[in-house]
Write a protein that binds this ligand. Structure first.
Ligand code: ADP
Length: 379
């Protein structure tokens, strides 16, 4: 008997599930938006994830359905469940990764620390919030945002005049944070939860640029606190699969939950080369309700740097001779996408016991691969 996982969405996250599934003899099928998607290395159907009939048909031939992104509408998820498909994470959990207002409301009600926030439907309500919070705030569209799209720092409602419509907006205090952290856990339906080490993520223009694992200067106390918050959220929301909890560490040592993702996450890419069980293998195991793998790190440090953009006049592979020769110990991951400014086309991971050296090697490799977010490291 072959176990088969159906992944909705054909991006790099689905792509990186494929080698993990191959190693375990598990089949992956992908519902991609277009021909030639990064995950089309697996058996691929092309279709619209917003169309219930297409998605239900795709689910017929798989044992469990999971996701590469969180944009599948709730109505389509309901149709899937009505048709008897096993969906992990389930629609009730996924809602909190799709709708930032529902997420804020649910976590706040459960006493989980989040930035001060409000639901606003009118410019006047937004201006009241802004003036009560020092004249600046962060406004977010409740749904549809990613990589900083749908997030704006505002001084008044005029800055988001184009966003007022039928949907209410989320407004939050502008958090003064020391750094951004991410805590990844995985949970299987029968309840087992495992956690990876807490990581620090460096964002540039709303896009993840670098991840350091474990987060430097993370005392046992901090790591314990973030792990316990992530475990609580996974249980509270009945999450299955990988859950990424994005956090702010404030100047006054508070930990606030910013965002949730219920799928493998950019801040967990380091686990492919740096942990006994990668987040992709863990997601595969968890969606099939198999015992989860160990999450310990292979080395003192792992640093992941995204390759953003790429050399405009050539494919990533064109840079392999020089990159591989210069950085033989750095692991390169290529998503098979054409270079385009700002696009995540790959990532690199370096591991080792000297953080300075590990950061340097990872940045050097990303630079040689043409990442626009990395300057050539000089020391
Ligand atoms: P996305 O869904 O696009 O990932 P996020 O809510 O994670 O949106 O916000 C993107 C980035 O914007 C965050 O990583 C953080 O750097 C910044 N940001 C978001 N909310 C706040 C806030 N309340 N205060 C300060 N910065 C914020």
């Amino acid at each position: 008997m072959t176990l088969t996982i159906g992944v909705i969405g054909g991006g790099q996250l689905a792509r990186m599930m494929i080698p993990a599934a191959i190693a375990l003899g598990i089949e992956i099928r992908v519902l991609a938006e277009a021909e030639g998607a990064p995950a089309s290395l697996a058996a691929t159907a092309v279709g619209d994830y917003r169309d219930a009939e297409t998605v239900v048909r795709f689910a017929r031939d798989v044992d469990v359905v999971t996701f590469d992104h969180e944009h599948v509408p709730q109505s389509v998820l309901a149709a899937l469940e009505d048709a008897g498909a096993i969906v992990r994470p389930g629609p009730a959990a996924l809602l909190f990764a799709q709708d930032k207002l529902s997420m804020r409301e649910r976590l706040d009600a459960a006493g989980i620390p989040v930035p001060e926030w409000a639901r606003v439907s009118t410019p006047a309500d937004l201006d009241d919030f802004v003036s009560a919070h020092g004249g600046r705030a962060v406004v977010k569209t409740a749904t549809g945002g990613y990589d900083g799209k749908g997030v704006r720092v505002v001084a008044s409602s005029a800055d988001v005049a184009d966003w007022f419509g039928d949907e209410p907006l989320l407004v939050e205090e502008l958090v003064v944070f020391r750094r951004e952290l991410a805590q990844l856990v995985a949970r299987r339906p029968s309840g087992q939860i495992v956690a990876w080490p807490l990581v620090e993520s460096v964002q540039r223009d709303g896009v993840c640029a670098e991840v350091i694992a474990p987060a430097p200067r993370s005392s046992g106390r901090l790591a314990e606190a973030t792990e316990s918050v992530a475990r609580r959220i996974a249980e509270l929301l009945d999450v299955t699969g990988v859950l990424a909890v994005e956090l702010f560490e404030t100047d006054d040592d508070r930990i606030l939950v910013n965002e949730l993702a219920m799928r493998p996450h950019n801040t967990g890419h380091w686990t492919i080369d740096g942990s006994t069980t990668s987040q992709f293998e863990q997601h595969v195991r968890a969606t099939l309700d198999l015992p989860l793998g160990a999450t310990d790190a292979h080395a003192g440090w792992a640093v992941m740097v995204n390759v953003l953009g790429g050399h405009p006049d050539g494919a990533l592979v064109d840079s392999y001779p020089v990159t591989f020769a210069d950085q033989p110990s750095v692991k390169v991951h290529n998503y098979g996408k054409d270079p385009r400014p700002g696009r995540k086309v790959g990532h690199v991971t370096a591991t080792g016991d000297d953080l300075d050296d590990v950061v340097w090697r990872a940045r050097a490799a990303a630079f040689l691969l043409g990442s626009e977010a990395v300057d050539r490291p000089t020391s």
